[in-house]
Design a protein around this ligand. Structure first.
Ligand code: NAD
Length: 476
């Protein structure tokens, strides 16, 4: 991919000259070579973005629903027009296999924009009888100017989890992409301009955690929507608590893949679903069920199957359509993942496949499987965010549930069984925000988010709009 350099920021509906000469360089995880750069927004640029979002708010909030819905759909069309470019750009920056990027990175944004457009059109006025007589109008007002802080792992998808409901609700947005994935944000800005989004409704300020923290504290921000690590989420939550500023936190996870003793274990049938649930995006996905819980009665069979599954993965350049596992996003992140693998070995885990680097340039780690590892081990308790699965044995369903719940987080997970009712019974007992039976993928139509240290609040579904609204009761 050729190198792309940009010299403007998208603020107030236009390309503006940044206030400083600082730049963010993006490095290819496939080759360790530079692939492009954008201006790094300074605090003065963030001030300009917030001011523009504040100016745009009254008019956007008052825009008739039909017109707002039309603009959201036009925005979806403009993103769709850039789909190939978007998928290539995302995959080239964070190592996401192009096959995964092509399935998700414009599909979620366009689906969400269209879904929320239809949702706001379908809403009717909420007028109720008072419990003590009279009538009450419950008004759904936009919460105001939203700071949307986005991680690098699914940059377009996770941005849209925020801006789509926010814009639909009548809010305006200042979005801060992660420094690792800023090139795709230029394409999003182009789509916004092409779609005729009114000036100031969406603004994009590329920058690091310092700029993120500045936005979270900014007096012009009414709500913070954050996806990222639990550590950063905790700090953001503390700030928002002090400021009494509404916040949505979508944080890390360490979910369980619970294989019941009646599970269908034919890789030809379940391989693709198992991939999405456990290894998608090179393990750099918050909801993955990387703790595989295995019935003692079928332990060796499942260990062989998961080992064969990991060995069957095509590891390669993220831009190769055949690739299932690409490189990790940054060199530093690979060191972190390798540190966890070493820790797993030190704590007594046995590696059945992987554990090292494939013989090629780029920040790759082989898909790795640990067996005979207790759930108390560090690699079963802390999020690795790489292609590393652990297999922990259990004796019966009750113990599987206990181990699955023995985690500080609760975001995703899955249950594998040939009996859907048994699967439902187990799924209901897991303390998590989302869980699948014989499959897992966050569906745009249903709320997504975590319990415990995986976060506060929900995105997606009709419920996702609630985070961008204030309710006002008018008694009459
Ligand atoms: P990160 O927390 O380091 O950064 C995420 C974003 O927040 C970046 O834009 C970063 O610049 C910004 N940021 C960091 N510290 C900040 C602070 N103190 N104040 C304001 N902004 C700050 O996370 P990451 O390494 O980029 O992403 C990986 C993490 O994200 C993983 O832990 C993963 O589980 C989590 N994640 C969660 C979900 C979810 O929906 N729950 C989805 C994807 C990723």
């Amino acid at each position: 991919m050729s190198s792309t350099n940009h010299d403007r920021l998208y603020i107030d509906g236009d390309w503006v000259v940044p206030s400083s000469s600082a730049r963010i360089e993006v490095i290819s995880p496939n080759s360790a070579e530079g692939i492009g750069s954008v201006p790094e927004a300074a605090e003065a640029d963030a001030d300009a973005a917030v001011a523009s979002a504040r100016r745009a708010l009254p008019e956007w909030a008052a825009t008739p629903v039909a017109e707002r819905a039309r603009i959201l759909r036009t925005f979806a069309d403009a993103i769709e027009k850039r789909a190939d470019d978007m998928h290539q750009t995302v995959a080239s920056q964070n190592g996401m296999p192009i096959a995964v990027a092509s399935q998700l990175e414009t599909n979620y944004p366009t689906t969400l924009l269209r879904m929320y457009a239809s949702l706001i059109e379908s809403e009717t006025d909420d007028v109720r009888d008072g419990a003590w007589g009279g009538r009450i109008s419950v008004e759904r007002e936009p919460i105001g100017v939203v700071a949307a802080i986005v991680p690098w792992n699914f940059p377009q998808t996770l941005a849209s989890f925020k801006y789509a409901p926010a814009l639909a609700a009548g809010c305006t947005v200042v979005m801060k992409p992660s420094p690792e994935t800023v090139l795709d944000s230029v394409l999003l800005a182009e789509a916004a301009i092409d779609a005729g989004l009114p000036p100031g409704v969406l603004n994009i300020v590329p920058g690091g955690r310092g700029l993120g923290a500045y936005l979270v504290e900014h007096p012009g921000i009414d709500k913070v929507a954050f996806t990222g690590s639990t550590a950063a989420g905790r700090r953001i939550g503390e700030t928002c608590g002090r400021l009494l500023r509404p916040v949505t936190l979508e944080l890390g996870g360490k979910s369980a893949t619970i294989v019941l003793d009646d599970a269908e274990l034919d890789l030809a049938k379940i391989g693709n679903d198992l991939f999405v649930a456990t290894l998608a995006n090179n393990g750099q996905t918050c909801f993955l069920g990387t703790r595989v819980l295995v019935p003692r009665s079928r332990y060796s069979e499942v260990a062989d199957l998961i080992t064969a599954f990991a060995e069957s993965m095509t590891v390669g350049d993220s831009l190769d359509p055949a690739t299932q596992i690409g490189p990790l996003a940054t060199e530093h992140h690979r060191e972190r993942v390798e540190g966890y693998i070493a820790k797993g070995v030190a704590e007594g885990g046995r590696i059945t496949t992987g554990g090292g680097r494939p013989d090629r340039p780029g920040w790759f780690v082989q898909p790795t499987v640990f067996t005979e590892i207790d759930n108390s081990a560090t690699i079963c308790q802390e999020e690795i965010f790489g292609p590393v699965l652990t297999l922990t044995p259990y004796e019966n369903d009750a113990e599987a549930v206990r181990i699955a719940n023995d985690s500080s987080t609760g975001l995703g997970g899955s249950v594998w069984t040939s009996d859907p009712e048994r699967g439902m019974a187990v799924a209901k007992q897991i303390r998590t925000g989302t869980i699948g039976i014989n499959r897992y993928i966050p569906d745009p139509a249903a709320p997504f988010g975590g319990v415990k240290e995986s976060g506060i609040g929900r995105e997606l579904g009709p419920e996702g709009l609630a985070g961008y609204r204030q309710l006002k009761s008018i008694y009459r």
